[in-house]
Design a binder for this molecule. Sequence first.
Ligand code: DQA
Length: 149
Amino acid sequence: MKVLLIHGPNLHLLGRRQPEVYGTQTLTDINAPLLEIAAQRGVELKIFQSNHEGEIVSVIGDNIDWADGVLINPASYTHTSVAIRDALSAVNLPVIEIHLSNIYAREPFRHRSYINPVAVGVIGGFGAYSYVLALDAIIHILQESQHVH
Ligand code: DQA
């Protein structure tokens, strides 16, 4: 079972970026337990961070034959990116949208997600634990499906 995890723009600054909103853990702190859980559960987890929309589009397409499922925190591109949404539709893999914060409890411009309609579901508001929940959810979804590498 192969899972691609994508972190969008500004998430490389976690730990220093608005800790009152996003917590004090760095991206490395967030990734470490995910890699451990993946290893324990026999899942190959590939992790990618980019601040560039086109790079995120490319990495999604490049993994069409590798990934069984995609976890993505599109960060601010959640609210703007038709290109990332189209890339996710194009690869036709199960997707879970992740957010550290509860976007629906924040500014109105964060309430709209372009990604949401092409995701199986959305997990947000639990800080770094949102990622743990999402990894568990994608494993569950893939175990139920027949199409796993
Ligand atoms: C975020 C929420 C977005 O609105 C914001 O632009 C981010 C992070 C989150 O994880 O809570 O960069 O996706």
